[in-house]
Design a protein around this ligand. Structure first.
Ligand code: ADP
Ligand code: MG
Length: 260
């Protein structure tokens, strides 16, 4: 199992953000992490990446506990950082190198890989940022930055990708290309968060749903089943009952918001 999460609880600023969250992810699985703003998706992905410590319960990667303290161990850190990569929701927090080329080269250099230049060329091309290689990442647009960040993550060719709102800020064509890219990525385990139900099934056949103030996971199963459960989607805030008027006819139905 790449990840096993058992009874995870986490408080931030004195408030409970996650409580009693348990699930396992098998190698090669595609999981979409769903829930409205504030339900704890980012916090959970950061905990999986070892950036925030569990307050209760445990996260294990390949059987080893994942905590910031465990990652102080150089051997474990090197293996974990070579195998697991997190795309931050706020990509500005990830980009700090003077040029896009250095940004993509950073991970491979840190890991002491021999073929750094080839990896930069390959992944810059895959995410269509080869035209920006000499530019500073900070002056790029939001969507361009996201593509650079994705190229930088993929340059280490991780086994597990943790993607926090990966398609947010991308124009529809770039978002579709990313979804296709992830679909065609052989073997990788991918956990993607989104509140956009229209891409949920493409991001993962399995969905895990969180809701603010509710302990545990509200749903863990086939994404198609969750999307068919109007009551649960409405209860957890992912869809709303709206009144509509079509000419003289007024009716109400559930409506899913896909705005990001
Ligand atoms: N550093 C922090 N200090 C205090 N509260 C935080 C912090 N980071 C996040 N939170 C709170 O934790 C909850 C979950 O946030 P987050 O994990 O970002 O949710 P999501 O990604 O699902 O929108 C929110 O209520 C948010 O305000
Ligand atoms: Mg978030």
């Amino acid at each position: 199992m790449p990840f096993e999460v058992a009874g995870l609880g986490l408080e931030l600023g004195g408030r409970t953000v996650l409580s009693d969250v348990s699930f396992s992810v098998r190698p090669g699985e595609r999981v979409v992490l769903l829930g409205v703003n504030g339900c704890g998706k980012t916090t959970l992905l950061k905990a999986l990446d070892g950036l925030v410590a569990p307050g209760a319960g445990a996260i294990r990667y390949g059987g080893a506990p994942v905590t910031p303290a465990a990652l102080d161990d150089a051997a474990f850190r090197l293996r974990f950082r070579a195998e697991v990569a997190l795309l931050f929701q706020n990509v500005d927090a990830m980009l700090f190198n003077p040029t896009v080329a250095d940004e993509i080269a950073f991970g491979p250099r840190q890991l002491g890989l021999a073929d750094v230049d080839a990896r930069v060329a390959r992944w810059a091309s895959a995410f269509e940022v080869e035209g920006f290689l000499d530019r500073p990442p900070f002056e790029l647009s939001g969507g361009e930055k996201k593509r650079v960040a994705l190229a930088a993550l993929m340059a280490i060719e991780p086994k597990v990708l943790l993607l926090d709102e990966a398609t947010a800020n991308l124009d529809p064509a770039s978002a579709a290309r990313l979804v296709d890219f992830l679909g065609a990525l052989p073997g990788a385990t991918v956990i993607s968060s989104t509140h956009n139900l229209s891409i949920a099934e493409e991001l993962g056949a399995r969905a895990i749903l969180l809701a603010p103030g509710r302990p545990g996971v509200c749903f863990d199963g086939p994404t198609a089943d969750l999307l068919g459960d109007e009551r649960l989607l409405a209860e957890t805030g992912l869809s709303h009952r709206h009144g509509h008027r079509h000419g003289a006819t007024a009716h109400a139905h559930y409506h899913v918001h896909d705005l990001e």
